[in-house]
Design a protein around this ligand. Structure first.
Ligand code: K2U
Ligand code: ZN
Length: 174
């Protein structure tokens, strides 16, 4: 297992549409998911899409267990949202690829998912609460969409200006 570099906006690779895993879930895909999970825990975060470590594949990992609870890693290969509730809910989101920026995003409160798990088996389940927020946030990554793309133009431009300034400062200090 390895901790990988997390890409940060405005890296254009984050805007790619990720490709489905073709054929069965292989040991190579599982090794990638292991790296993603180790990288996510080290960040720390509660979700990560493969594109965030530069791999444009439709793979997501997640662990929404609370501090002090046993870890509960989740793996999603070729995830699809097959139903969304009309009811929506706001949530103060952040993103490991958009550091130090937080803002409220409104999303469907409940979604129904279909995906392949770590073993490559088909799973269908409903998500609500933080699980629903996180999976929709990660599914956006698979489409090259960041949570700041859901904000007003002014808020998005302010966020990108802050990220570019932080990147310049980091380069000066390197
Ligand atoms: O995509 C990512 O960078 C992972 C996010 C997942 C996430 C974003 C918004 C709302 C819930 C989950 C990171 O874990 S960001 C850190 C974080 C942790 C808890 C709540 C919000 C943000
Ligand atoms: Zn994110």
């Amino acid at each position: 297992m390895a901790i990988r570099e997390i890409l940060t906006a405005p890296d254009l690779r984050l805007k790619q549409k990720s490709k489905p895993v073709e054929g069965p879930v292989t040991d190579a895909h599982r090794a990638l998911m292991d790296d993603m999970l180790e990288t996510m825990y080290a960040a720390p975060g509660i979700g990560l899409a493969a594109i965030q470590i530069g791999e444009p594949l439709r793979i997501i990992v997640m662990d929404i267990a609370k501090d002090g609870e046993a870890k509960a890693p989740r793996y999603f290969v070729n995830p699809e949202i097959v139903w969304t509730s009309e009811e929506t809910a706001p949530y103060e989101e952040g993103c490991l690829s958009v550091p130090e920026i937080y803002d409220e995003v409104e999303r469907p409160a409940r979604v129904k998912l279909r995906y392949l798990n770590y073993a490559g088996e088909v799973v269908e389940e409903e998500a609500e609460g933080l699980f629903a927020v996180c999976i929709q946030h990660e599914m956006d990554h698979l489409e090259g969409v960041l949570f700041i793309d859901h904000l007003s133009r002014l808020k998005r431009e302010n966020a990108l200006r802050k990220l570019k300034k932080a990147r310049k400062l980091a380069a000066l200090e390197a």
